[in-house]
Write a protein that binds this ligand. Sequence first.
Ligand SMILES: Cc1cc2nc3c(=O)[nH]c(=O)nc-3n(C[C@H](O)[C@H](O)[C@H](O)COP(=O)(O)O)c2cc1C
Length: 395
Amino acid sequence: MARDAWFETVTIAQQRAKKRLPKSVYSSLISASEKGVTVTDNVESFSELGFAPHVIGALEKRDLATTVMGQDIALPVLISPTGVQAVHPDGEVAVARAAAARGTAMGLSSFASKPIEDVIAANDKLFFQVYWLGGRDAIAQRVQRAKDAGAVGLIVTTDWSFSHGRDWGSPKIPEQMDLKTMLRMAPEVLTKPRWLWSFGKTVSPPNLRVPNQGPKGELGPPFFGVYGEWMGTSPPTWEDMAWLRELWGGPFMMKGIIRVDDAKRAVDIGVSAISVSNHGGNNLDGTPAAIRALPAIADAVGSDVEVLLDGGIRRGSDVVKAIALGARAVMIGRAYLWGLAAEGQSGVENVLDILRSGIDSALMGLGKASTRDLAPDDILIPDGFTRALGVPPVS
Ligand SMILES: Cc1cc2nc3c(=O)[nH]c(=O)nc-3n(C[C@H](O)[C@H](O)[C@H](O)COP(=O)(O)O)c2cc1C
């Protein structure tokens, strides 16, 4: 990586992404819903948690490695699935290469812009993510394609309720990137020559199709056609989830769990892992930060399934706080998207390096040999911080 390309925090990656991307592309990464209460709480809540470091007692070596859904990973941070659309010409392939270079696994979104076969060629620690979209037969076909491609796990995401309003306005995402659209976007795009040039070099405009929603080897249907189909699909039941788990037959994660009762239902249907998550503040605004809901869920099901967390991770210290409160590992969304937008593959590697070194520093300060040694009493938790959702009141 060129010397001046390196950034030292995720916030700087975000600033760089904002500078590099056309306004509508940048705001589609910010996403979130309604007033943004949840997306803000996801990030800010980590600042309410503190540390109590030792002055003496640091260990010479710290071990960050762990396993998630059967995969050995070098640090407790995974790539959460996101529909990357138009951020960078190499999209998910660049992210997969970066994750492989840093020894971690990746979730690939149903709405990804690259075919799963190309992404797995760059990183074989790949979990394919599905939405409940199109009903059982259509889902079975997509899952079969993921299996044939070599995906080592399935992530199912169901925490989506089609809430589209944002107080700061939603980006106008074009149906397809044709000449007419390019001209309409010209004022914002022409002020971002580097972004435009990155696509110019590939001689193809941003991909607004979703290749993993159709058969292997085809371009895939347009994003909006598929989104409309999703809106028209009957929402899933727990029986559908059990069916999908059975159909997949391998490591299976339910992402988006925020209540203890739902976590227990997930255990009942035999999932391997859950991610405590509110879809990065993109689902119902007003849902508490994932980190607030984590302790009650980890207490209830942590010995039965692998408990992960995603939402608001921007620093290595955030990862350490989440692990101390019961997570096995975390997944990141916007942090790597900003890295990708800022510097492509090396920007994602840079983000993973920032998190790795932040985790290592926190372990050193706390006098821990491994992330496995972290416990709630390593963290200062203010009164009233946590939220136990879906727990019957004690009478
Ligand atoms: C732009 C964007 C697109 C996303 N697309 C998906 C998706 O396709 N599938 C999914 O399961 N989650 C999706 N998510 C949610 C992320 O996987 C993850 O839960 C969230 O980003 C975590 O919060 P963070 O961004 O604060 O790290 C998306 C999030 C963002 C910001």
